[in-house]
Design a protein around this ligand. Structure first.
Ligand SMILES: [Zn+2]
Length: 81
């Protein structure tokens, strides 16, 4: 169990070409050793465990807004640090 649990902000739709859109086929999409979990703003499941927003961005390497579609269909924005 990590120290910090972050519930991600959800949006209603992806901006084609302007967002980096990741579809989660299973959860969590990322695991790490940070003291943070990122939880879906829709269903509360862990999108990423042991992963800070900054670490998530570092792995995906995008300048676009990072949107993770949960298995529940919610579109979660991973904030920039
Ligand atoms: Zn969800």
């Amino acid at each position: 169990m990590s120290d910090t649990s972050i519930t991600l902000e959800t949006i209603s739709e992806v901006r084609p070409g302007a967002d980096a859109h990741i579809r989660a086929n299973r959860l969590p999409v990322m695991t790490g050793s940070d003291e943070a979990d990122l939880n879906c703003g829709g269903c509360g499941q862990a999108i990423a465990t042991g992963t800070s927003p900054a670490a998530f961005h570092q792995k995906i390497q995008t300048d676009q807004r990072l949107v993770v579609e949960c298995t529940c269909g919610a579109l979660n924005v991973v904030p920039t640090a």
